[in-house]
Design a protein around this ligand. Structure first.
Ligand SMILES: Cc1ncc(COP(=O)(O)O)c(C=O)c1O
Length: 365
């Protein structure tokens, strides 16, 4: 199919850019002796997970068990990490089932989660690896201090059916420009170092120290304790990563193609994609920058969204699109946009587009 044949709004993926983004991160990780365990919540695609594994990824990260149930088919013996505190029976039983097929690890921050996973593993006749989630400043999940990490690890060590495989952190609070991240990353390194020395003194395994995000990815070597990183957004990038200064627009590999459906109101045009396409996520580094970036009309401001309409303020534009014209938007937050699509369209040589399912779309449990 060609662009003009695909009904809008649709999500177009620039295949060459994806390959470049995948290769660049793989090269960085290899150069610094870091394992790369990409977070697949961004693309939810088996094809892309395989591309990441073929480029050298040591395994895959998922947030939800349902994503794991899809990603387990990415390769034989794919090593999966659930970067989410899964503790309810609806999740733990399914994780144990997956552990019968492949290496499964889960990041936990409570004894209750470890016990629930242990019970499920015991019932299924398998074991599950656990990483102790240590908060390094985001304040979302993770035990508050290295001493708490030690206490949790020691308590888990006495529980059968699970094993402590190391430490886990997520520096999701760090959005400073790359060259200004050293202070925050040094603090992360200090916390991990303290936890590691406590683990070592108490004979606990700290084989894996898992961290990383897209904004900090290329500075991960400043946290020498890390053995692996879990960036996800880097495969596509979005306006968050552009405005944060972590990539250029020409490294954004995913964009929403929309049609101009109205220009009846002076100074404005309207596109056929609203919150059900672009999501209502604002751009974190610049909340005034609107609901995404219009490539062909960079001075236009996507000012307001309803479910199926984007109202674009054209007052600063020297040229405006015609009714029926197709335009391209780099969204603020690509991961949530992908999850709204049944399928995305990948560019092919010769200008064709190929439809590919979003395999783990809607796998939220
Ligand atoms: C626990 C965890 N690890 C890794 C990532 C990947 O980070 P990014 O989206 O910056 O690539 C996320 C993102 O939400 C996450 O929640």
């Amino acid at each position: 199919m060609h662009n003009s044949d695909v009904p809008t709004p649709y999500l177009r993926i620039d295949t060459d850019r994806v390959h470049r983004n995948v290769a660049r991160m793989a090269t960085y990780a290899a150069k610094h002796g870091l394992g790369l365990r990409p977070h697949t919540k961004t693309h939810k695609s088996l094809w892309l997970a395989r591309a990441q594994l073929n480029a050298g990824a040591v395994g895959l990260t998922v947030a939800k068990v349902g994503e794991g149930e899809v990603m387990v088919d990415a390769a034989e013996d794919v090593d999966l990490l659930i970067a989410y505190p899964a503790l309810d029976p609806a999740r733990t039983g399914r994780i144990a089932k997956l552990a019968l097929r492949t290496t499964m690890r889960v990041a936990v921050d409570s004894l209750q989660a470890a016990q629930a996973l242990a019970a499920a593993a015991g019932a299924a006749g398998t074991t599950i690896g656990l990483l102790i989630d240590l908060d390094v400043g985001m304040g979302r999940t993770g035990v508050p201090s290295p001493t708490d990490a030690l206490e949790l690890a020691l308590a888990i060590d006495r529980v059968g059916g699970v094993r402590v495989d190391g430490l886990f952190c997520y520096p999701g609070h760090i959005w400073d420009q790359a060259e200004q991240q050293d202070k925050s990353l040094n603090r992360t390194a200090e916390r991990l170092e303290e936890a590691i020395s406590l683990f070592d003194r108490n004979g606990l395994d700290r084989g894996i120290v898992s961290g990383g995000s897209t904004p900090t990815a290329y500075q991960s070597h400043l946290v020498p304790q890390l053995t692996e990183i879990r960036p996800g957004t880097y495969v596509f990038n979005d306006m968050n990563t552009v405005r944060g200064g972590f990539c250029g627009l020409d490294e954004c590999a995913a964009a929403i193609v929309c049609t101009v459906v109205s220009n009846a109101v002076p100074g404005q045009f309207v596109l056929d994609g609203g919150t059900k396409t672009l999501t209502s996520d604002r751009c974190l580094p610049d909340r005034e920058s609107g609901h995404g970036h219009l490539i062909e009309y960079p001075d236009a401001l996507i000012a307001r969204l309803s479910e199926e309409h984007a109202q674009v303020d054209a007052s600063r534009c020297t040229a405006v699109p015609m009714l029926g014209e197709r335009v391209t938007i780099v969204p603020n937050h690509i991961c949530t946009c992908v999850n709204l699509q049944d399928a995305v369209w990948w560019t092919q040589p010769g200008g064709q587009l190929k439809r590919m399912a979003v395999d783990a779309r809607g796998r939220l449990s």
